[in-house]
Design a protein around this ligand. Sequence first.
Ligand code: ADP
Ligand code: ZN
Ligand code: ZN
Length: 804
Amino acid sequence: MNIASVIVDVPAKQTDKPFDYKIPDKWAGAIVPGMRVIVPFGPRKVQGFVIGLKDHSEFDSLREIQEPMDLVPVLNNELLALGNWLTEKTLSFKISAFQAMLPAALKAKYNKKVKLAQGASIEELPESLRHYFEGGKAIGWEDAVKGGLVPVLQKEAAAGTVEVLYEVRERLGKKHIKYIFPLLPPGQLKEEYDDLSKRAPKQKELIDYFINNPEPVETRKLSAELGYSASAIKALIDRGALGEKELEVYRDPYEDRDFPKTAPLELTPSQRAAISPVKAAISEVRHEVFLLYGVTGSGKTEIYLQSIQDVIQKGKEAIVLVPEIALTPQMVERFKGRFGAEVAVLHSGLSAGEKYDEWRKIQRREVKVAVGARSAIFAPFENLGIIIIDEEHETSYKQEEMPRYHARDAAIERGRRHNCPIILGSATPSLESFARAQKGVYSLLALPDRMNNQPMPEVEIVDMREEMRSGNRSMFSRKLFEKIEDRIEKKEQIVLFLNKRGHSSFVMCRDCGYVMGCPHCDISLTYHRKNEQMKCHYCGYETHVPLQCPECLSEHIRYFGTGTQKVEEELGKLLPHTRVVRMDMDTTGRKGSHERLLKEFSEGRADILLGTQMIAKGLDFPNITLVGVLSADTMLHIPDFRSAEKTFQLLTQVSGRAGRHELLGEVVIQTYTPEHYSIELAGSQNYDLFYQREMMSRKVHKYPPFYYLALVTVSHGQLMKAVTVTEQITAFIRARVSEDAVVLGPVASPIPRINDRYRYQCLIKYKREPSLPENLKHVIDRFQKEEGAGGLQVSVDINPYLLM
Ligand code: ADP
Ligand code: ZN
Ligand code: ZN
């Protein structure tokens, strides 16, 4: 077995297959599948994943693996297989699938260098370049760019005198701490002490310290805190009295936190009924997908905790997925509180190093539970006993770049391989999952009531058009404002929610209606208060806020839309003594700020918590008795067949924040379209009716869960090119699907231009098309050749969640 099959880190169609390399004798036995290696590939060195070993190759004169990058495989056999599955399901490159499973810190980065080409002599170079390459030196790419040398170097490269070299560089190492420890027992240290001359008082002190404290001590602590000099330490190391060693330490983001231990609660009868089939599947080592459908506060999390406990008792491991924005300190606390140091937490708030350390705890079997956002589904456990996906309806479980996978599908696939159950939990399950539960594909577990039978909060829907008609131009309806005043009086707390998604603050001319758009994308620019700038969220274009309308020169151009800052200002004017905590992207950017703001609110140091999506979930504070939704319908107008579903889910989710404890809760939803069923039914918290209405609409319009979707998006700098290619693709696919399928296109994407690239799409709706993946692959293959050179981009998204 001295030949390795390697998937190289060159994401392109031509390289999306294993390449054979010889394993040099010195690495024999040291290189195994799942390990990263550095291999020569063409003129450069790239990273690759070993996916298998063999004795023979059909190719002769194989090149050799240069060196391994890991001491132990970073992907186990199951994950390697899962990578292949992922590749097939999402039509992505194998390398992208493998990379997606690893923490960012392990993703390769390359140092690009230019050096003298093999066989070329320095005299062949122009005088001005020679000194960069003298004595075999190379020039770093960044330096070349900075020095404006790229054009000359390009010319030389074309002439064959210089070449570009890629060097793999690990982005991040492990963290090590140095320790000093005595090499001799106390008795001998005493002898050393006596031997030392009086002229070395510092060394004598240090020996004295170790006679009394034989434990290893951090080098830094020894010198910085205890005040021993570095030279004394060094002298004693040289003398052989002390030793120095490096120990690897983990960067633990929760190091300074104490999590009060919690014990399992006595389950209620409905919780017991829900958990027992899960426990049965665990003990029978059987794969089964459960949909745990229960309103917020019905005790789902306690079921997760107790199922995991079962799994741990059997010596197995658990993965819990939580949407990024719901991965609040409160949520983490509940898992850490129950399972303590057995839990690793993976979320985007951690630095790359911290994430890497948490991941390695899993890899080294030091923890039993991984709690994290989407990519935690790839936690390298080997003996999974359960996978839980909380808030399973959240669209953030779908990755929007290659590999375009959905964590739910990956979870079910892993569950199948490990013979373990999956719990999908939600108060508002996705239509797809609920439909599967109705059909018996998933097993439905219902928790119909809130704990202690607290009533669901009372929800009132306010028609903002009425408010306008009666002359109220404020962003608060009279009803909501009255209630806010009332709660402040009673010293109870309020959550105000502003849906930011699809609701940017834009600049509009009051006289002619001109809206300021991005010159490169067909989308309006977003107003950023902080630096008075207008920004494009798609391409990053930035410009100043105009003083005059570019169209009609009117000065009545100003920004519209209610950003959280504007609401905060308005509250400050109307209720000057009210304390408001604002949580949005701007105020929670810095590490730990999320936690700090929540703490401020939970300790009662603020009356109102004002925020975007991120406050919609997970909050559980006893004193919240009023929730106000300032603009319920902004999400309804996004061109997406799921917009009603998303609106319903979000409103239900937000409403669930009120009255979770002894105090009764009230919810006020402000809207311009009170008659829309998603708003009306969120008002009465009637999921079942909503499900029926929405299923009807999906059936009529041939959308999931009745049909599957595949979306092909084509983009190019020239409009005609984008249209023509999309036309070709549409015709190609149309000729190769059955009559049941619907192939729509070419149509302009909802955002028809991004970054000066025109975007067209072909949408395929289908029920059963076994050859569709093959045909889509063909489309990718065919047009990939034109990519790069022609600037054409063709992407395929199977089961898309973003139709933009
Ligand atoms: P969900 O995850 O469905 O929102 P939780 O599990 O958070 O619900 O439960 C809501 C509240 O009820 C929490 O404060 C939780 O501690 C409490 N709770 C859950 N199960 C029980 C139980 N069996 N007995 C008493 N309290 C419980
Ligand atoms: Zn104007
Ligand atoms: Zn733009």
